[in-house]
Design a protein around this ligand. Sequence first.
Ligand code: NAI
Length: 693
Amino acid sequence: MTVTITHETAVAVVTVDNPPVNALSQVLRQALVDAVAELDADSSVKAVVLLCAGRTFIAGADVSEFGKPPVPPHLPDVVASIESAKKPWVAAIHGSALGGGLEIALGCTYRVAVASASLGLPEVKLGLIPGAGGTVRLPRLVGPAAAVDLVTGGNPIGGKKAEELGLVDAIIAGDLRAGAIAFASDVAEKSLPHPLSSRGVPAVEPGFWEDAEKAVAAKARREIAPLKALASVRKASETDFSGAMAFEREAFLELRGSEQAAALRHVFFAERAAPRPPELAGITPREIRSAAVIGGGTMGAGIAAALRDAGLPVVLIERDPAAVERGLANMRAIYDGPVKRGRMTQAVADERMAGVAGGDDYGLIADTDLVVEAVFEDLAVKRAVFEKLSSVCRPDAVLATNTSYLDPDAISQGVSHPKRFLGLHFFSPANVMKLLEIVPTATTAQDVLATGFALARLLAKIPVRAGICDGFIGNRILKVTRAQAERLLLAGATPSTVDAAMRAFGLPMGPFEAQDLGGLDIAAFQRKAARERGETPFAPVAERLCTIGRLGQKTGGGWYDYQPGDRTPKPSETVAGIIAEMVEGLPQRVWSEAEIADAILLPMVNEATRILEERVALRAADIDLVKIHGYGFPRWRGGPMHYAEARGLSEVVAVLDRLSAVGLAEPPCDGLRKAAGDGGFSTLADQRTMGKR
Ligand code: NAI
């Protein structure tokens, strides 16, 4: 039974039991409406407690109903029926009361919660707004300012904070059921507050809405849901309840069918699927209770911090005592930031550092479960490290390389028990960026691959399996991004127009600004290696900039000029001069922002399709996750592959054909033409198995 009713003298307890998260399925919605009718008719009942079995209160909508036509009873009617019940209903909250779950709680007369509960309206994260009165009832309960924060940001708050805001009436310290029943019997004797629908919204200071709109718009960039959510809360303050409900419902229905909501749903499902790929079902990962990192530079320190944040004891190995000190200092610097900003207490930072042992003696890691290597990007140096690891580590210890571009198969040559070796490619800063590319070699055992995914879950990262090729999934596509950006420079665009177009598309930064931030030397080093392999990488302008020492912000100039102490990019006459020399004789034209975005993004999609064809990625959605979580691709666009499919693959092919006809892109690959004709990328990637390439 989804809902059962029990009686504790005059209090009825309505228990929802719809595992795993008590989602608001149609059956549950109907059962709640029925429970209201039954308890209204029962004169022995003076008050009702709404409680959930299992690990959480009603955690939200039923995701399996997403994108399908809604079936009655609709949620607004369920909330209304609870709100108009003849007896007071008390929501007893543990776990999460999110989205529709919180809207149900807002329909109740009172809300009590355990301190560890989390409450929120995360709909904007799916491109929606609450659709069952959340934006209308919440400001009546907690005031417009708190409601704006909760509804437009979508982030949940804890029980204590909810009590401070008046969102919950009491925190229950002991047993929730007993506490809620006691609370309910107490209020049953008292006069009841007005239901939220008949209360007013507290007034706001003049200019409040204008300021809120500016702040929300700036944060949302081009996402529409947060602004709609704001408009809906505003409407709730400026009109009567039923007018506001109608406004909210209309906005909700409009957003539900929007492209942005479809894209965000796609990402939501991709993220849910990523940590447990079907290819690894039933394979038990090795246990990871301790970890070590070799190399305490930018990446090593970040990886060590990520491992510490997940609670693992960490050993940090460097070359010599001075390097060990530098490595530990790098880690401390990582924690200093959040401590200064008040996001972490000094005590927590100290505890994290106390769990790190630094040293240059490999004997320290003889019994470690997982070792991640993050030393210089040099095959010989890495091989020497793994030779040592092979001799000191337990034979079942998992050994991983964080290489960006080297071939993990080559690094693993000579590793003893090579089945335990794999690539774990973190992104910088490694304690912040969510993406983890997991790269099996030809010999990696399935349980070791599964350990990579288990580690990602432990670190709260998004894992994506990548096959071996130059740059794996993400950096291989990045090379195309950069090459296309340079092609545009030779065809009439400037660094500023290209960067502005990509920001307008939704990226946090354009490709040239990003290179200036990271430094042009890393890519130059990769191009040199590529040329040595006989390849012909395309970066004519970047090469010139490197030869004159313009390596980016760190040298005071790269694609742009920088004033000392100021990171604002200023167009550079030197760069303009170099480009002018190089374009002599080449056709020039004026580019619109949309054309620039096409000329960069669609070739990326073309390369990504090759990546799928070659099985370097198993699913188009994995590529979307790589670009979103490793490279700042706008989530509300759904990632490049979703974007291309939503746009129409035939159109993508047509644009690429036009660009390639004038030498501004590679022609569309066979896989892309096939996907365009056959109904999408899933036709290329569906039946893939993980493991062997
Ligand atoms: P880095 O130069 O900041 O740090 C490398 C560290 O390794 C130095 O502290 C050095 O002292 C240490 N080291 C060198 N040889 C060693 C040895 N034999 N034993 C112990 N420690 C040794 O380099 P970074 O940027 O941290 O890169 C490390 C690895 O991570 C490279 O393979 C790089 O390609 C990869 N990577 C880098 C990313 C980035 O954005 N910087 C992103 C993803 C991967």
